[in-house]
Every structure is written in structure tokens, then in C-alpha cells.
Design a protein around this ligand. Sequence first.
Ligand SMILES: NC(=O)c1ccc[n+]([C@@H]2O[C@H](COP(=O)([O-])OP(=O)(O)OC[C@H]3O[C@@H](n4cnc5c(N)ncnc54)[C@H](O)[C@@H]3O)[C@@H](O)[C@H]2O)c1
Length: 257
Amino acid sequence: MSTIQRTAVITGATSDRGIGIGVARRYAQEGWAVVVLDLDGEKSAKVAAEIGNEFAVPAFGYEIDVTAEDSVAAAHAAVTAEVAAGNLPVVGALANIAGITSPVPFLETTLDIWNKVMAVNATGTYLVTKAFLPGMLEAGWGRIVNMSSVSAQRGGGVFGKVPYSSAKAAILGFTKALARELGTSGVTVNAVTPGAVDTNIRVGATPESEAALARDIPVGRTATTDEVAAVITFLSSADAAYLTGATFDINGGSHMH
Ligand SMILES: NC(=O)c1ccc[n+]([C@@H]2O[C@H](COP(=O)([O-])OP(=O)(O)OC[C@H]3O[C@@H](n4cnc5c(N)ncnc54)[C@H](O)[C@@H]3O)[C@@H](O)[C@H]2O)c1
């Protein structure tokens, strides 16, 4: 196992078949210490402990509601305390994975749905990045990877509708503008745009709808969570220093541009 030098913080990382847990596992497998942040603090701690045991890396898990500034501050303080106590190495990577979608057609979209989808995806990415960025700037090294979606690029067409595409597109603008602003700081900011990934987020998907989806994907299937995780951990590596402000498609060829 490689030497553990840095901690990766992953939001939205406790959903059983989710991308976040796959990302946390992959960071650990590659020798990073990990911090698992999700709505349920107990589950976050449990998932972190399992990952820490399996890959023999330091791992902590805490509650976070990425839409609430005080909750983000509390999670950040908990991580900072473990770093200060020497239980975690300095935070080197942040993967903003927490997200929700909505399949509701536009005219049936309530303001509540719009606000929730924007809050978790876009505001959450803003708040968590703002909390963890100062430490990375202080260290002169950092990797931020934001979870967008092919829905931002092609106007939905997978599952999420207008609020989801809008929120995921906001993440692309956020990523580019922050990457530009951080310039020579040593901190890179990138976004990933997966197509359909085999997780529980697409509630209501049927075997028929999944088969129809696969027919539109040149590779002929949805992505595995590990295929998404592999790109995120590469973007977090030392080798990825010259990649910033970029969008990385992980869609089996379903959207080429
Ligand atoms: N599955 C796909 O096809 C697909 C494709 C492209 C992008 N994505 C994106 O990938 C990310 C993960 O998706 P998934 O398929 O693993 O979904 P998921 O529903 O399995 O996981 C989402 C996670 O985010 C957490 N979360 C929700 N609201 C939160 C909040 N306010 N604060 C903190 N955590 C919160 C949930 O508890 C859950 O663990 C999402 O941002 C999603 O939009 C998914």
C-alpha cells in the first residue's frame, strides 16, 4: 500500500449502491485517508469505519447537510480537529458528490422542488468547497472534483429534468470560474459529467426503461460506480496538476461533442 499523505473528503458517500461510497472506497484503495460526509452521521461513521478497516487507512465519518452553512461548518471543524490531533493527514482532495434529482416535468415543478434540487447540488458544492478550500490554499496543494452530469450538457434525457439540468450546469460554471480564480495556487478544480450510472438515484427506473437507455449508449450499458470513481481519483492525483477548469465525460459515448 502506498504511503498515506493526504485526506480525501467525500460528500454524499453513504448511499449503499451510490457513486459517493464507490469514490470513498477508491480513494482508500489508492492510499488516501478518507472522510465520509452525509446526512446520517451514524451511517457516515459506520461506512468510514468499514472502509478504514478494509483498506487500512485512517477514516472518519460525520453528519453533514451540504445545504446548511452551520452543518458544513460543524463537519469541517470535526475534520480540522482530527487533522490537528494527528489522526488524519492534511486534506488534499474534496469530492463534492452529494446530489438529488427530480423527474418532474417543467410545468409541474414547484418552487420547493426547484429550490431543493438547486440547494443540494449547486449551493452544497459552493458551501462545502468554501469550507475546505482555505486549508488547501494554506498547504499550497489541493484537488476539488465536482459532480455534474451529462444532463447539464444535453438537457436531461436520462432521468432528471429542468431543475436537475440547471443545477448541474451551475456546477460547470462554478468549476470553471473557481479554477480560473485559483490559477497558480496549486489547487485544481474539475467537474465530471457521468451519463447513467447504476445506482439507486433513478427511482422508478424499470428493466424496460433501463434496456431502452442502454440502447442509446454506444458502449451498451450504464457505468459502474467504480468507473466514475477512477476518473475522480485520477483528477485528485499529483499527475493531474495541469488539469483544471475541465469537464470530464464518463458516458460510454452517449454524448459526444
Ligand atoms: N446515478 C447516476 O446515473 C448519476 C449520473 C450523473 C450524475 N450523478 C450524480 O452523482 C451523485 C451521486 O449520485 P448517486 O447516483 O450515487 O445517488 P444516491 O442517491 O445513491 O446518493 C446521493 C447521496 O447524496 C446524499 N445527500 C442528499 N442530500 C444531501 C444533503 N443535503 N447533504 C449531504 N448529503 C446529501 C444522500 O444521502 C446520498 O448518500 C449525485 O450528485 C448525482 O446527481 C448520478
